[in-house]
Design a protein around this ligand. Sequence first.
Ligand code: GDP
Ligand code: MG
Length: 442
Amino acid sequence: TLSDRLSGIFTKLRGKGKLSDADIDATAREIRLALLEADVALSVVKQFINRIKERARGAEVSQALNPAQQIVKIVHEELIGILGGEARRLQFAKQPPTVIMLAGLQGSGKTTLAGKLARWLKEQGHQPLLVAADLQRPNAVNQLQVLGGRAGVEVYAPAPGNGVGDPVQVSRDAIGHAQRQMRDVVIVDTAGRLGIDAEMMQQAADIRDAVNPDEIIFVIDAMIGQDAVATAEAFRDGVGITGVVLSKLDGDARGGAALSVRAVTGQPILFASTGEKLENFDVFHPERMASRILDMGDMLTLIEQAERAFDEDQKERMAAKLMGGEQFTLEDFLEQLIAVRRMGPIANVLGMLPGMGQMKDQLAEVDDKHFDRVTAIIRSMTPGERTNPKIINGSRRVRIANGSGTTVMDVNQLLNRFADAQKMMKQMGGMMGLPGGRRKAT
Ligand code: GDP
Ligand code: MG
């Protein structure tokens, strides 16, 4: 697994404080392999890895995670973003019936999905109608009828004995039937071929034009592997796609097809199919899929724990310091700034840190850019200056301003604010005295 392979790099990288280009390249190489192993298409992997590298290069150095962990975290976040960026529900027509057309290769799971969708919609109070527009295979109509029976949903099919039947005509008639029967959702099951086929694509396009669907759902077998891109492109261009359903996720496919299809079609993955039974079906969860593709749930748990432990540790050290009446230094301030920055927009997280809560007023108007400037200023100070800012005279201020790319005025402002805050925290620390015991988090 990726975890196994990365552990090599992990030991190599542990203890380094910075994401070097070489670190990023080595880790990116392993992640690239892992994505290919998960059957993500090569072109999609390339694009994705480039994005990851870019983000990793621009990333703040994390204090809680080693560089490889940090990159894995970025990869996971990006995967979730891509898989669920525009996650959405089914689109319903303003004027019922809503028409949902299913398209995909033969055996991809369309007919099964039709039954699942019908059952699911019915559970939500809809009155669906299933339409058997696959008249290619002799057994297809019967298969849908069995599923419809199980779901307790009516199936519209050509009357037996009427010859082969025209799937376009059947679909068109079905809409009229649905209107008369007050059905609010029509699910049109269509035929597929084993491979992409011009005739099949034309038939699907003709059905589309006859029923004017609100959703064209492309059903794809998660096991399809590297063929995902070509298949998705063919359906995108041949019929058009408004949403995707990934089927057979109960198998051992790692699900890289999800990423490929999402990248190629630009359309959201709406549902996941996880078995032959009607209830093996759920809305799509990008988070789960991302973990599955990377195959590193354990690693992600570790990362979460490391970050949480780091925050806790920092909080406790800081609190102990304040309780003991020790001086809060610029060094401590910097440490907290970095921790806060990692957690998100500063305004949201300031209150979460002990001590920092007291500085809320001083920092209330501070935006994130300003925040980075403050960090840069403190980083340009010597350790001596950080513990004893009183020694920072005029010429030191000029040096610090130059070193941090700021102005002397910025430096002055920071030092004044810090002095105020320090005074206040000293008072607070004295007032709080020593704690009676350690409080447990609840
Ligand atoms: P269609 O040709 O696209 O209509 O595909 P079908 O719905 O007939 O499915 C083809 C085969 O795959 C059938 O044997 C289904 O029972 C099976 N199948 C469909 N969806 C799933 C799924 O999510 N998991 C598993 N394990 N089998 C599935
Ligand atoms: Mg079918």
